[in-house]
Design a protein. Structure first.
Length: 322
């Protein structure tokens, strides 16, 4: 019979997160040997047409597993801090949550670990997966790191790399990254528990002369297609903003046309950027360099549809996309 000293060490963990990405990581952590002593998530928010209060995905998992839960409006609230102290966590784990004040992330004796959707120090910021696809990267990944004052700059514990294929959307990469990232997170927590973790400064992970790219928050204007750009750049923009916030262009009528998917084509029809070329079941647009075939679009006020369905219902010819 083995003694208790032979057992793998377990940590008392407080988990902080809100969306589905975080909830999936929480579920993975629940399968580990570590003890979830508390969960912190955003307060319920009005959502939907009825504006009824809706719980976060993380809250739903916490309630399902009867985990202690906190939903502070303000992270510097002393009542919330007293709750954290009562939980007496060894480690904080944060995934897709608000920016934490030091009084929160430095409370557990081992500090707080963050799972970030990029190969740090590349793509620090709010939208790392989007920007990797927008920039046409061939690979990305996830990193675990220890929080410190400056956002996304702490020492890296571990990283995992995944491919980005030429037609992958941000949604596809997100799901692939989540699958890899949730296992990376538990592996990093295990290493901290065992004392085998080796946090390294992010600067040491940069190749000489490489400048880190940023990943700032995205807004609707990022989706406006400039047809004078190259077909490859626009294709990356369309898939990088799918499913959110979406790429779009305007028709001569002033209506907005959302573009959900595209394909690069070898055809070169010439003409000014934005010139439309329609055949029986294809719609191609001349770009500043090359031509792009639009495969799934969403006319204003209508659902998204394959381009063939759109063309079948077209009553007036399309000429120029603004």
């Amino acid at each position: 019979m083995s003694s208790s000293s032979d057992a793998s060490p377990s940590l008392r963990v407080v988990f902080l997160g809100t969306p589905l990405f975080a909830a999936t990581c929480l579920e993975q952590l629940l399968k580990s040997r570590h003890e979830l002593v508390g969960v912190v998530t955003a307060p319920d928010r009005p959502a939907g047409r009825g504006r009824s209060l809706r719980a976060s995905d993380v809250k739903k998992v916490a309630l399902q597993h009867k985990l202690p839960l906190a939903q502070p409006e303000k992270l510097k609230d002393e009542t919330f801090h007293a709750q954290l102290d009562a939980w007496n966590a060894d480690l904080g784990v944060v995934v897709a949550f608000r920016m934490l004040p030091e009084v929160v992330w430095n409370r557990p004796r081992l500090g707080t670990v963050n799972l970030h959707g990029s190969l740090l120090p590349q793509y620090r910021g709010a939208a790392p997966i989007h920007w990797a696809v927008l920039n046409g990267e061939k690979t990305t990944g996830a990193s675990t790191f220890l929080l410190k004052h400056e956002i996304d700059t702490g020492h890296v514990l571990d990283r995992v790399e995944i491919p980005i294929r030429p037609d992958d959307t941000t949604g596809v990469v997100h799901d692939r990254l989540l699958e890899a990232g949730k296992h990376l997170l538990v592996r990093s927590i295990d290493a901290l528990a065992e004392g085998t973790a080796n946090p390294v400064p992010q600067e040491s992970l940069l190749e000489d002369g490489v400048v880190p790219k940023e990943a700032p928050k995205l807004f609707k204007d990022h989706g406006c297609i400039d047809w004078s750009r190259s077909a490859e750049e626009i294709h990356n923009q369309i898939r990088g903003l799918n499913p959110f916030p979406g790429a779009w262009t305007t028709l001569p009528s002033g209506d907005t046309l959302r573009v959900h998917a595209s394909e690069r084509t070898e055809s070169d029809f010439g003409g000014q950027p934005g010139t439309v070329h329609v055949s029986k079941d294809t719609l191609s647009v001349s770009c500043g360099n090359g031509t792009l075939s639009l495969t799934r679009i969403q006319p204003q006020g209508k659902p998204a549809m394959p381009i063939k369905d759109f063309l079948n219902g077209l009553r007036t010819p399309l000429r120029i996309l603004g």
